[in-house]
Design a binder for this molecule. Structure first.
Ligand code: SAH
Ligand code: SF4
Ligand code: F3S
Length: 442
């Protein structure tokens, strides 16, 4: 970003908390970096900060409730220190704009998803800045600096926004229309990260399959990143089943740097509900894609997103979701109750008619079925050797090393002390539904 022309701020401390998806994590890193280059310093705790930033998510009502709760707690700090600045950025800032300041008057700044990278200017009260900025069309795509997440892995957002308008989803409204970064920008970003020691990159987009820039589609982009950057491992999120192409699957088959994990949200197992969700594929099509993936990539791990209790979903249709889950056998799944998002088509047109208790019952049942499958998938891992990236230590113990398989599973190892950021062979020795345990192969 164009930070070098400014006088550095003298050591004001900021704290940034991130809610929502990996794209928000990537954006938070960019915002933090732009503040650091202006001379701000990071505060470890909110109570020590002069500027508190919340990078927010609107995807479900619960996500927004958590942020309101957090803002309530921040009010205490603001009362004690009136010069504290509070900035809300990201998707909820985009959705609510002025309304957020009316509801929570101790918020100083509300910057939407296209304006959040201007935070340093706004904090310094530069000309043309405002307390609430949510207009789209201001983003300078190539000035958004992709930042490494840890010293050895990084996120690069390859496309912003979404054009799909699934009827339940707020993302297209808060993230705007889809726009792709150029392949040259992405290749250069990954190269820069590699030069700084990054070995694994995660390419992000709401629907990576619709990435296109000039003649380059997503499969072409993956191959360019694999061949032109020196990166060791490439991950990506998220695939949309309606346009997950054979070409992409072949690229994964032919290029071992592209790791064998596909996040392919099914959302539900009924064609009628899928149509009402605006997903534009049938369950049969989805299953054909899955079969082809498994045939071409025998070691692949699959994960998914599922919504239960979408308006009018019947018990029989919910059972169809369970059937699809049993048929695909996902390694992991993110499962949600339908949440009305104001402004979306389903909020406007369909009554939220499944009682909350019934949604909870369906979700509990689905989680139970999926957990058994995750357990079985993990049991099948016992004895296998994976090439794993050493990420750190386990949350519970500094003595237990945490590594990640090519298939995006965490393994805890009790022997040896491999260096963080290296790729090592690990044999799985035991497993539950959530974690694998293993040993470093020496
Ligand atoms: N672009 C990604 C998903 C982004 S949102 C994709 O299309 O797959 C992540 C997940 O949140 C979605 O896949 C969906 O399962 C869930 N989700 C989105 N809106 C929701 C809503 N209104 N209620 C419940 N879950 C929702
Ligand atoms: Fe939302 Fe659908 Fe776009 Fe995903 S593809 S972000 S679920 S509208
Ligand atoms: Fe991500 Fe939530 Fe926004 S899922 S795109 S942070 S609404």
């Amino acid at each position: 970003m164009t930070s070098t022309t400014y006088q550095p701020e003298t050591g004001r401390r900021f704290h940034i908390s991130t809610y929502g998806c990996q794209m928000n994590l990537a954006d938070s890193s960019t915002i933090a970096q732009s503040l650091l280059t202006r001379g701000y310093v990071r505060a470890e705790r909110e109570e020590d900060a002069d500027i508190i930033i919340l990078n927010t998510c609107s995807v479900r009502e619960k996500a927004e409730d958590r942020i309101y709760g957090r803002l309530g707690e921040i009010y205490r700090f603001k009362k004690e220190r009136p010069d504290l600045q509070v900035a809300v950025v990201g998707c909820m800032a985009q959705r609510l704009g002025d309304e957020l300041i009316r509801q929570v008057p101790h918020v100083d700044f509300v910057l939407g998803t296209d304006r959040q990278f201007e935070l340093p200017d706004v904090l310094e009260g530069r000309e043309g800045t405002d307390r609430v900025m949510t207009a789209f069309g201001h983003e300078d795509m190539d000035a958004i600096e992709p930042i490494k997440e840890t010293p050895f892995s990084g996120f690069v957002t390859i496309a912003r926004g979404c054009n799909n308008y699934c009827t339940y989803c707020i993302v297209p409204f808060v993230r705007g229309k889809e726009r792709s970064h150029s392949p040259d920008y992405i290749v250069a970003a990954v190269r820069d990260m590699v030069a700084e020691g990054v070995v694994e990159v995660n390419l992000l987009g709401q629907n990576v399959n619709s990435y296109h820039s000039g003649d380059t589609d997503f499969a072409d982009l993956l191959l360019r990143v694999a061949r032109e950057t020196g990166i060791a491992r490439i991950r990506y999120m998220t695939s949309h089943p309606k346009d997950c192409s054979k070409k992409l699957i072949h690229a994964m088959r032919d290029e071992p740097k592209i790791l064998p994990h596909i996040h392919l949200p099914i959302q539900c197992g009924s064609d009628r509900v899928l149509r009402k969700m605006g997903r534009f594929y049938s369950v049969a099509h989805y299953l054909r894609v899955v079969d082809y993936i498994k045939e071409q990539l025998p070691n692949v791990a699959l994960s998914t997103d599922i919504i239960v209790g979408f308006p009018t979903e019947t018990e029989a249709e919910f059972e169809m979701t369970l059937d699809a889950v049993r048929r695909v056998r996902y390694d992991t799944a993110f499962m949600f109750r339908y949440s009305v998002r104001p402004g979306t088509l389903s909020a406007r047109e369909f009554e939220d008619d499944i009682p909350e208790a019934e949604k909870i019952r369906r979700l509990t049942k689905l989680i139970q079925v999926q957990q058994q499958i995750s357990y079985e998938c993990n049991q099948a891992e016992i004895g296998r050797v994976h090439r794993c990236l050493v990420e750190g230590t386990s949350k519970r113990s500094q003595d237990i090393i945490r590594v990640r398989t090519e298939t995006n599973k965490t393994v805890l190892i009790a022997n040896g002390s491999p260096t963080i950021g290296t790729i090592v062979p690990v044999q799985v020795s035991s497993a539950d539904a959530f974690t694998l345990h293993g040993e470093l192969v020496v």
